[in-house]
Design a protein around this ligand. Structure first.
Ligand SMILES: [Zn+2]
Length: 225
């Protein structure tokens, strides 16, 4: 009987210890869960961190290039963006109804004009059609004295040709604002001396931002609206 009693007692004690351990473990898990649940709303209220390409890399590893490059906008999207810039007719005193669409005219053999000619007396002020930067001051046989201006996003270039002269102090890399005086209408290059005008062209720049190339955009609908 004694032996049985002892065994019974030992079994009982073992159960109590097991129960105590299980209870303690349960309480710990419950505390952790409660803590977690309580913390969640405040965590969610905080702004999410901005994911960066380097965030999941080991410390010190160079950031990975983004997997998908941003696709260049389609020409229609580019023209839409340009329309929203509300370009200024770049010749002083010329109104929209005096413009003519000569973009598709042929000039040299097999070559499209890709620009519009804005007729005006020699010496008429030529003003920046948009904000931006003077990318290049260039003299060529055809264009004569010219200016290449980039828009603020460096997506487009504006080309002003046959200028009589630049405004004094005009320099490459100079920031300009819409309406700023850039130069004066003339007939330099291959323009007729008796028909001074501003040859104005717009191009969408390539990814290399080369001032001398790009896809031509007709300025007429953008200026004559
Ligand atoms: Zn022209």
């Amino acid at each position: 009987m004694r032996r049985i009693d002892r065994r019974h007692r030992e079994r009982l004690r073992s159960r109590v210890v097991n129960f105590g351990f299980t209870f303690a473990l349960g309480a710990l898990v419950a505390t952790l869960l409660t803590d977690r649940v309580q913390r969640l709303p405040s965590q969610a209220a905080e702004p999410l961190p901005i994911a960066t390409t380097g965030a999941i890399e080991s410390p010190g590893a160079p950031p990975r290039a983004p997997a998908i490059e941003a696709a260049p906008p389609s020409m229609a999207e580019a023209i839409g963006a340009l329309a929203r810039r509300h370009l200024l007719i770049p010749v002083e005193g010329v109104t929209a109804n005096r413009l003519t669409d000569t973009f598709n005219d042929s000039r040299a053999v097999g070559r499209r004009h890709d620009a519009i000619d804005i007729m005006a007396p020699r010496g008429t002020e030529v003003r920046a059609a948009d904000d931006g930067t003077i990318a290049k001051l260039f003299t060529s046989n055809a264009g004569g004295l010219t200016i290449y201006q980039f828009d603020p996003t460096q997506t487009f270039s504006y080309y002003y040709a046959h200028l009589d002269r630049y405004v004094s102090g005009l320099a490459e890399h100079q920031p300009v604002t819409r309406g700023q005086l850039l130069g004066y209408v003339g007939s330099t290059g291959n323009a007729s001396e008796t028909a001074p005008h501003l040859h104005f062209a717009i191009a969408r720049l390539g990814t290399d931002r080369a001032w001398w190339k790009g896809d031509s955009i007709n300025p007429y609908p953008l200026l004559a609206k």
